[in-house]
Design a protein. Structure first.
Length: 446
């Protein structure tokens, strides 16, 4: 094929050209950023704003200023419950204040009133091929619901700019209310004969999801409250949040924007990492045939690294300590099912792998992130990531239900503050080389 031949001839030289530019002039500034940042995925470029969450390198994610332990302590719980209400978390993200139990329950009631998923959405998903990935179905369902957007209808009717946030809030409440049923239906398509979930009016957000998944153990409701809270938001620079914000900046409604964000979440370098972390654990377990000893696990970790692969779930772009979201899940497992073999292995990995990564010397941050253990907890309750058609990725759908809480809260505030269309400026490689050359000439003059 002519295109493949032409590109194959050009690409090696271009790779060397970029490699040379970054090696020799990566620190040269182009405006307020360096060439390395321009070519390096905009890493650490401070050019986004959100007041809803912030990743503190030492303390992890802060949601409206509160650390994960503080959020779990301060948010209201139902009587006798271990974990807070997800409705309280959504109130916190939107309002910026810790709600009372009554205020959290009011959000929960809003979700119950809005939770009916249009029948055509289920029919759309059912019409997809059996081997369609769960995240494909999830994104498709969100996009299908766009026909119900109040924001788009009001915009077409000529709504005032100062009222945009009101209709973005309406759409966001409708979307987040429906997503647990959508996710449960996707699981049912893959594992339970495709039955349509029936939300219950007597259950909260997390417990309702557990019920629709067919998991009778009340402990699973507690896990899902925890899961939805800790996965909800993570600044604006991660792919799912950034993609949602960027599409929303065009005044697209929350359905278009969130579908775009979920497409980003599906990538192996983002939300799919939870599945890869569990796969690594299961492979280790199956290879040895029992729960590994620390020395066996240490050898397996070195084998993984020696083969050129990474150990998924370990390392984080910002954090320089163990992710508190990992810690919250680790404590949950240790409290409730410490002898579960896969959880026990995940716990041992935490004791062994960071030291291996330190010894290897390549990892700037050897500590686990949220993905390192979440799959092991789901596995304990029989919730599988894979299906009989060779598909995988349902855990990322769970991540998506949670992440929709954060990105929709940010979308409401983006419209409230009239945040503009996002439009960064691009440069050519030749332009960057010219900047580097001029910087080199000035350095020689000095």
């Amino acid at each position: 094929m002519i295109l493949k031949e032409k590109l194959s001839a050009q690409i090696p030289a271009w790779r060397e050209r970029v490699k040379k530019l970054l090696a020799e002039s990566g620190n040269v500034k182009v405006g307020e950023v360096t060439i390395s940042q321009v070519y390096g995925g905009m890493r650490d470029v401070k050019s986004l704003v959100t007041d809803i969450s912030y990743v503190d390198p030492e303390e992890g994610i802060r949601l409206r200023g509160f650390t994960i332990p503080e959020v779990l302590e301060k948010l209201p719980k139902l009587p006798g419950a271990e974990m807070p209400l997800v409705g309280g978390l959504y109130y916190l993200l939107l309002v910026g204040e810790v709600p009372t139990l009554q205020e959290a329950l009011e959000v929960e009631e809003e979700w119950k009133r809005r939770s009916d998923v249009p029948t055509y959405v289920y029919e759309t998903l059912k019409a997809m091929p059996p081997n369609a990935m769960p995240m494909t179905l999830f994104s498709q369902a969100i996009l299908a619901m766009q026909t119900t957007s109040i924001f788009t209808r009001k915009y077409d009717e000529g709504m005032k700019k100062d009222e945009q946030w009101i209709w973005m809030l309406e759409d966001s409440l409708n979307l987040t209310a429906r997503l647990p049923a959508v996710a449960a239906y996707i699981y049912n398509l893959k594992h339970r004969g495709g039955q349509i979930p029936q939300p219950r009016s007597d259950l909260d957000y997390g417990a309702n999801f557990a019920s629709m998944m067919g998991v009778d153990d009340p402990l699973y409701a507690e896990l899902m409250r925890l899961y939805f809270i800790i996965h909800s938001d993570h600044e604006s620079g991660n792919v799912s949040a950034h993609a949602t914000h960027m599409v929303g900046s065009t005044l697209a409604d929350i359905y278009y924007a969130t579908s775009a964000g979920m497409n980003g979440l599906a990538g192996p370098l983002h939300g799919r990492a939870n599945q890869e972390a569990l796969s690594w654990l299961l492979n280790a377990y199956e290879k040895i045939g029992h729960v590994l000893s620390p020395e066996e696990l240490r050898r397996y970790a070195w084998e993984t690294l020696a083969s050129g692969q990474v150990i998924p779930g370990y390392g984080h772009a910002v954090l320089r300590k163990t992710d508190p979201r990992f810690t919250a899940q680790l404590e949950f497992g240790r409290k409730h099912f410490p002898e579960d073999p896969i959880f026990k292995l995940a716990s041992m990995v935490y004791d062994v792998v960071p030291q291996v990564l330190v010894e290897q010397g390549k990892a700037k941050n050897p500590w686990p992130n949220v993905d390192a253990i979440s799959g092991a907890l789901q596995q304990h309750f029989g919730v599988s990531d894979a299906d009989e058609h060779g598909g995988y990725g349902f855990y990322t759908v769970l991540f998506g239900v949670s992440r929709a809480l954060g990105v929709s809260a940010n979308a409401v505030w983006a419209r409230a503050l009239h945040q503009p269309l996002e439009r960064p400026k691009s440069l050519t490689t030749r332009m960057l080389e010219d900047v580097a050359a001029k910087a080199g000439e000035k350095a020689k003059e000095v």
